[in-house]
Design a protein around this ligand. Structure first.
Ligand SMILES: *[C@@H]1O[C@H](CO)[C@@H](O)[C@H](O)[C@H]1NC(C)=O
Ligand SMILES: *[C@@H]1O[C@H](CO)[C@@H](O)[C@H](O)[C@H]1NC(C)=O
Ligand SMILES: *[C@@H]1O[C@H](CO)[C@@H](O)[C@H](O)[C@H]1NC(C)=O
Ligand SMILES: *[C@@H]1O[C@H](CO)[C@@H](O)[C@H](O)[C@H]1NC(C)=O
Length: 182
């Protein structure tokens, strides 16, 4: 094998790693469950594998009745001999969020899925709801490296109607970020 090509390849790889500031995130499992099949029918809920370290998330569900009053309960868990609550555990009014985009944590998730989902409108929500081929994960926050579980309960009229739970692996930046300019 040509030595120079090898060195060139290694330099490119190093340059890539040094320039790359993105942490590594991979969704590893996804579960959905309807608590009330006369309101929410889940047809499809799946992670597909693109490659060893990339998956894409799909969900296809029908809201049989219009949902006008939607609260979301998000709870982040981190694995440490079983999953333990970690940092995020809160409820917000999803209808108000869609009008005002006023929840920072919800906004991170919204920014991730807005272009690959049918969620881009205000309440009510009725009929087919989808997230298809969600795989571009770019988050403006960092987490300690580890295994996580994001539990999301969807509450209509004050009662939990369905859950969407995503397991993911987070690996912190391999190299520290450059100091901010200025
Ligand atoms: C289940 O869904 C039906 C139909 O929308 C609704 O009338 C009922 O209140 C829901 N039950 C619960 C426990 O949320
Ligand atoms: C959603 O799932 C239903 C039931 O499996 C299916 O009939 C429908 O074609 C799906 N819709 C889309 C857009 O994938
Ligand atoms: C992603 O997978 C490719 C091929 O399997 C591998 O070369 C690469 O190092 C992986 N990237 C990370 C960040 O694990
Ligand atoms: C839907 O998305 C488009 C493109 O991002 C945006 O311009 C539009 O305002 C969004 N609509 C709503 C109701 O959020």
């Amino acid at each position: 094998m040509d030595h120079r090509i090898t060195i060139f390849g290694v330099s490119l790889l190093v340059a890539f790693l040094v320039c790359s500031e993105a942490p590594f995130v991979k969704m590893t499992n996804f579960f959905c469950e309807s608590y009330n099949k006369s309101w929410v029918l889940i047809h499809y809920c799946r992670l597909k594998a693109y490659s060893r370290n990339k998956t894409s998330l799909h969900i296809n569900a029908t809201f049989i009745e219009p949902a006008n009053n939607i609260f979301v309960h998000m709870k982040l868990m981190k694995k440490a001999s079983g999953y333990k609550p970690f940092l995020v555990d809160y409820n917000f009014d999803a209808c108000e969020f869609m009008r005002r985009r006023n929840q920072p944590v919800a906004k991170i998730i919204w920014n991730l899925i807005k272009d690959v989902s049918t969620v881009n409108h205000t309440c009510p929500y009725v009929g087919l709801q989808m997230v298809s081929d969600f795989h571009r994960i770019e988050v403006p926050v960092s987490l300690p490296t580890g295994e996580y579980l994001l539990l999301i309960d969807w509450i209509f009229d004050g009662k939990p109607q369905f859950a969407t739970n995503v397991y993911f692996t987070f690996v912190e930046d391999l190299f520290p970020k450059r100091p901010p300019h200025g």
